[in-house]
Design a protein around this ligand. Structure first.
Ligand code: SAH
Ligand code: SF4
Length: 343
């Protein structure tokens, strides 16, 4: 995979093109074919001389991750793709369609090592990090399948993006490079369980992406029981780092709160949440739990969810309930487990 063209920045392509003895500007043309025109074969690179194309073809891989399976929701058109990355690695990516606006939900790792008790990906354990090219490849696949330019990208598929910062950051730089796809960082959201060094690294890189923190539940002792990372990175410190980043980046800070019946959905739980985030400029996404087979967690009744939201609103906290998408095909973000991968 090391010679996957989609893992390379424009600078890196320029360097290899130059050292192969070709004009440097050919790299820019390659970048446009890959990211703007989504060509998957060097034969398509019409403005590039045959000699350069042959060199590229011999040394680099231009293929997008292969689609093993695609499911489309009959309810709302959400599409879930199972992609084959290599012989033993399959991952999922989801294209959400919200009244003509398309959001790609992208994976950053195959599996995840963080072990959150409620999460389907967590039960797989970490198989491996995805390369930058496997991340940009998902973007291109999703944009092709959407049939129109994507509006948003969220790192809410499989894996913890801030435990694969080398590749995730590189992919963000490639996708947002104006010489290529030029996808605005303001339309990218990185979702994290709360990896503080990763949040700090986002700030150091000078990124503008939005940050979402999977708060899950606001009581640290309860959180530690279902989110093991709480023991390493306590939520209070995570919030401090997240605020600092959002301030510097002038980006949006979201807290994801997955509502689970009897775990974190009582009025008292809402009050604890208010205490924790009061005064923080943020938005709360209330996510009714999606049932994962074999796990004891469940989502509560609709009235309970609405009541939880009402309490937050009383304190003027901007709380949205996430609309359910692709319910008939298990396609909710964060619910991905590549069942085929387990066989
Ligand atoms: N590792 C990152 C990103 C992937 S998970 C993170 O944890 O933030 C993306 C989101 O999906 C997280 O907020 C996670 O809490 C949520 N999620 C995971 N499993 C879920 C489920 N079964 N139902 C609802 N949300 C879930
Ligand atoms: Fe990993 Fe996020 Fe799932 Fe936790 S919720 S196991 S961090 S993917």
């Amino acid at each position: 995979m090391s010679n996957d063209i989609k893992s390379m920045t424009l600078q890196e392509i320029q360097d290899v093109i130059k050292s192969a003895g070709f004009e440097k500007y050919r790299a820019q043309q390659v970048y446009e074919w890959v990211y703007k025109k989504k060509a998957q074969h060097t034969d398509d690179f019409k403005n590039i001389p045959l000699k350069v194309r042959e060199y590229l073809e011999a040394n680099y891989d231009f293929f997008l991750p292969e689609i093993l399976k695609m499911q489309e929701s009959e309810i709302d058109g959400t599409k879930k793709l199972l992609l084959q990355l290599d012989e033993d690695t399959k991952i999922e990516t989801v294209i959400l369609n919200d009244e003509g606006r398309y959001t790609a939900c992208i994976s950053s790792q195959a599996g995840c090592g963080c072990g959150c008790a409620f999460c389907a990906t967590g039960t797989l354990g970490l198989k491996r990090d995805l390369t930058a090219g496997e991340i940009t490849g998902q973007f291109l696949r999703d944009e092709i399948e959407a049939g129109q330019p994507l509006d948003n990208v969220v790192f809410m598929g499989m894996g913890e993006p801030l435990l694969n910062t080398d590749n995730v950051f590189k992919a963000i730089k490639i996708l947002s490079d104006p010489h290529g796809r030029g996808f605005s960082q303001k339309r990218i959201t990185v979702s994290t369980v709360g990896i503080i060094p990763g949040i700090d690294a986002l700030a150091e890189e000078g990124f503008k992406v939005n940050l979402a923190v999977s708060l899950i539940t606001a009581d640290p002792a309860e959180r530690a029981k279902i989110v093991p990372m709480e023991k390493k990175y306590p939520i209070k410190d995570v919030i401090k780092a997240a605020k600092k980043y959002a301030m510097k980046a002038e980006s949006r800070l979201t807290f994801e709160y997955v509502l689970m019946e009897g775990v974190n959905d009582s009025p008292e739980d809402a009050e604890i949440l208010v205490e924790l985030i009061r005064g923080t400029e943020c938005r709360v996404n209330l996510i009714p739990y999606n049932k994962v087979s074999g796990k004891k967690f469940a989502s509560g009744r609709r009235e309970k969810v609405l009541n939880f939201q009402r309490i937050l609103k009383e304190y003027r906290i901007n709380a949205l309930i996430r609309k359910e998408k692709g319910a008939d095909i298990d396609a909710a973000c964060g619910q991905l487990a590549a069942k085929e991968g387990k066989k």
